[in-house]
Design a protein around this ligand. Structure first.
Ligand code: SF4
Length: 351
């Protein structure tokens, strides 16, 4: 069944008017006793979530959801740079164990892989999904059901991978799922290429942000991410806003992430990612205990073979110098797996 804008507005009114009689308001007092509740649930209790969903959905008419600002009317079937239709296209959803330990916990991160992408890097490791858009188009109600299934099998969070171009669908689906009992942190797993105006809509909805910081130099960003020369400046502002909203990485009693900012930075060959500038910037612009994952797993994928500078994996030395810079600039909350890998290489070299 097609979910039209009219349906959406009708739905919004339904949710809006039903709020007074909603089970959410009825059990709000009981919830006070519970230590943690998702940000979006608090917003719903304050009666503000419906308006955010409406505001986000209106953006589809003249799509400026990301810095590409295509201006297409996705409600009428027009497609912009990301090639995304108005409905979300989903490649897969399942518990995922390949994220940071605090995200994975014991039962996995409830990951939803959205197809298409607004950045489209030449070295993309998910290129069949991000570039070719492989996946299945679904309705927001289906997306809500996926969130609930992931919760049902015990996942610790709803991990939204490449969410930027489908943010309105995510908000609508979250609200639908909330009405049916969703009670997990919303984890926004993004390339970092985000507009401030859009992040303001997400304020009070997202619990955990995990942006990439891919490059610090605009010429590299333009060359390897489809002309996105503004990426470094855009991503830096976006990360500061994310930190303003959710502050530093916070764990529950079991050591599972429930809130905060986690930054990912992939070390690239030949210092393409500008790692020293990156760690220096974090140390100066954010608290030193900001969670930073310096990743060693760059591999030559998709069109990276056509670019000699990035047509090889990184060396051990390139990874170690990245970790040394992080230490030199005083970062104190590095991803434990990166630290373990650094220690392993140091130990290996010493023996
Ligand atoms: S989300 Fe897609 S259509 Fe909208 S501005 Fe970004 S690239 Fe363009």
């Amino acid at each position: 069944m097609e979910f039209t804008r009219r349906d959406f507005i009708k739905n919004s009114f339904f949710f809006g008017s039903s709020f007074l009689f909603s089970p959410i308001s009825a059990y709000a007092a009981v919830k006070k006793e519970i230590e943690w509740i998702p940000a979006y649930e608090k917003l719903e209790m304050e009666g503000k979530l419906a308006q955010k969903v409406k505001q986000a959905y209106a953006m589809f008419e003249n799509c400026q959801l990301c810095p590409r600002k295509c201006g297409v009317n996705r409600l009428k079937g027009e497609k912009g740079f990301c090639r995304s239709p108005v409905n979300p296209v989903i490649f897969s959803y399942h518990p995922h164990f390949g994220e940071e330990m605090s995200i994975v916990g014991g039962k996995g991160s409830g990951t939803i892989f959205f197809s298409n992408c607004n950045l489209r890097c030449v070295f993309c490791q998910n290129w069949p999904i991000a570039h070719e858009g492989r996946g299945k188009e679904v309705q927001d109600e289906d997306l809500a059901d996926m969130m609930l299934k992931l919760q049902g099998i015990g996942c610790h969070n709803i991990n939204l991978v490449t969410p930027t171009h489908v943010m309105p669908n995510i908000l609508n689906a979250t609200r639908i799922a909330l009405k049916k009992g969703l009670h997990l942190p919303l984890f926004y797993n993004t390339s970092g290429y985000e507009r401030l105006e859009i992040l303001k809509i997400l304020d009070g909805i997202v619990d955990i942000y995990k942006p990439d910081m891919k490059y610090m130099d605009s010429d590299k960003a333009a060359k390897y991410s489809a002309g996105a020369s503004d990426y470094p400046e855009v991503a830096k502002k976006a990360i500061l806003e994310m930190h303003r909203q959710v502050r530093v990485h916070k764990l529950d009693k079991e050591g599972v992430a429930i809130r905060g900012l986690m930054i990912r930075h992939l070390v690239m060959p030949n210092r393409v990612a500008g790692t020293e500038k990156f760690v220096k910037w974090v140390a100066e612009a954010l608290p030193k205990n900001t969670y930073v994952n310096i990743m060693a797993q760059y591999r030559v994928e998709y069109k990276a073979y056509d670019y000699p500078e990035i047509a090889r994996g990184i060396t051990i030395q390139e990874f170690l110098e990245a970790m040394d810079w992080a230490e030199k600039y005083g970062l104190t909350n590095l991803d434990p797996q990166s630290v373990a890998l650094r220690n392993f290489y140091h130990h290996h070299r010493a023996n």
